[in-house]
Design a protein around this ligand. Structure first.
Ligand code: FAD
Length: 314
């Protein structure tokens, strides 16, 4: 049996692992389907403090992992398919390993950006296709950008990107937007934003030098059109990776884990959540790492209190 198991190896899980390993708690870390997390799918990371020249995403994650290993964190491949959080010790079923038991669990399984699922999209992530304006906007100074989406986050990303881009074209498959009126009004008042509504995205057009534009179908005329641009930002939401929990922890309506404000405590004592899986707002590497640290400290205190309680009841 383990004192603690960390699920996920993005910045949140690995930061928790560094802290718990340095506290002599020998955490076991389950890597999941994407070892190193989302940053392994990108190139330059320019906003993680401590790297004035920037650092490659995979290199940053490799460094974090080595730092956790140096203090005794152990890693296993595979992903968690099932949990039983109804009693302690908790039981986790890991693909390829079987059942594991732990006195405490840290969930840091992230939230995956939704994609359109069209040709040219996934293969050009980091080469002109992005799902994160805060992360990548800076790379598009003076360029024309397309933002796809009709909700609040699409409006927010489009507005934000006008700080860098020469022009932002908002593409949405319907004429009506889902975004709140205030967010729509703000976007409509922005002179750098133009609108291509009632257009269904068909293909991200790119060559070896990068993205050239987005092929769309005009739903009114049925004609195909090419909207030229050097960047395509897909802003159609995220899916928090919480399905394997099967409703055993409280979530909001979108599936994000709910934590007690100002802490990482979930609805089950001894289970903590950190990083994007509980963050509907910031979803950055540094905020994930910050909450990873919080989860480790909350977990340490929980284990200490549980030990004290066991001693006094003897
Ligand atoms: C292309 C791209 C570029 C980005 N660029 C930047 C940037 O420049 N700066 C920045 O601050 N942020 C950037 N971000 C956002 C940043 O990557 C995320 O905010 C951050 O990685 C979230 O960390 P996390 O630890 O919460 O989760 P993630 O990094 O998403 O890691 C989740 C982990 O959980 C594991 N997992 C999932 N399900 C299971 C399961 N069932 N069992 C076991 N393990 C599981 C996965 O394998 C993975 O290891 C970028 C994101 C993307 C996609």
């Amino acid at each position: 049996m383990r004192k603690t198991i960390i699920i996920g190896t993005g910045p949140a899980g690995l930061t928790a692992a560094i802290y718990l390993a340095r506290a002599n708690l020998n955490p076991l870390v389950i890597e999941g389907p994407e070892p190193g997390g989302q940053l392994t799918t990108t190139t330059e990371v320019e906003n993680f403090p401590g790297f004035p020249e920037g650092i490659l995403g995979p290199e940053l994650m490799d460094n974090m992992r080595k730092q956790a290993e140096r203090f005794g964190a152990e890693f296993i491949r595979g992903w968690v398919t099932k949990v039983d959080l109804s009693k302690r010790p908790f039981t986790l079923t890991v693909e390829g390993t079987g059942e594991l038991k732990a006195e405490s669990v840290i969930v840091s399984t992230g939230a995956s950006a939704k994609y359109l699922g069209i040709p040219g999209e996934k293969e050009n992530v980091g080469r002109g296709v992005s799902t994160c304006a805060t992360c990548d906007g800076f790379f598009y100074r003076g360029k024309k950008i397309i933002v796809v989406g009709g909700g609040d986050s699409a409006m927010e990303e489009a507005n934000f990107l006008t700080r860098f881009a020469s022009e932002v074209v908002l593409v949405h498959r319907r004429n009506e937007l889902r975004a709140s009126k205030i967010m729509q009004d703000r976007a409509r008042a922005n002179e750098k934003i133009s609108w291509s509504l009632n257009r269904t995205p068909l293909e991200v057009v790119a060559d070896e030098t990068g993205v050239k534009g987005l092929k769309v179908r005009n739903n009114e005329t049925g004609q195909e059109e090419l909207i030229e641009a050097q960047g395509v930002f897909v802003a159609i939401g995220h899916t928090p990776n919480t399905k394997f929990l099967d409703g055993q922890l409280e979530t909001d309506e979108a599936g994000y884990l709910v934590v007690k404000p100002g802490s990482t405590e979930t609805s089950v004592p001894g289970v903590f959540a950190c990083g994007d899986v509980q963050d509907t707002k910031y979803r950055q590497a540094i905020s994930a790492a910050g909450t990873g640290c919080m989860a480790a400290l909350d977990c340490e205190r929980f284990l200490e209190a549980a030990e004290q309680a066991a001693v006094t009841s003897r």
